[in-house]
Design a protein. Structure first.
Length: 110
């Protein structure tokens, strides 16, 4: 695959294409298929993506689907972290209780 830039002569906009070469066995020659992926901003010189490869659109809540997935993953990890913290606290209490029992047994044996 190659990236091709092509400037229109009439309006001067530079379009960016993704070109994919393949062999046409029927005509026995190489061919290429181009897909438009964006255009070059005249002021900044950066590519402005379009279509499926463009930036994700924001929804009514202000988040794109990628941002929503990240927020959901963050909430899941926070909950998992809190659950593990609670488990650690419970285990520390059990350890303390067992240490107390051990010290009482050591006193009784002496």
């Amino acid at each position: 695959m190659a990236i091709i830039k092509r400037t229109t002569k009439t309006i001067g906009i530079t379009y960016v294409y993704e070109s994919k070469s393949y062999w046409d066995s029927e005509k026995e020659q190489a061919r290429s298929k181009r897909n438009l992926i964006g255009k070059i901003d005249l002021e900044t010189g950066k590519m402005i993506p379009n279509g499926k490869k463009g930036p994700q659109k924001k929804k009514e809540n202000g988040f794109s689907t990628a941002e929503e997935r990240l927020l959901a993953e963050l909430a899941r990890v926070k909950k998992e972290n809190m659950d593990q913290h609670m488990l650690i606290v419970d285990l520390q209490k059990k350890i303390e209780a067992l240490n107390n029992q051990n010290s009482k047994l050591a006193i009784l044996e002496s």
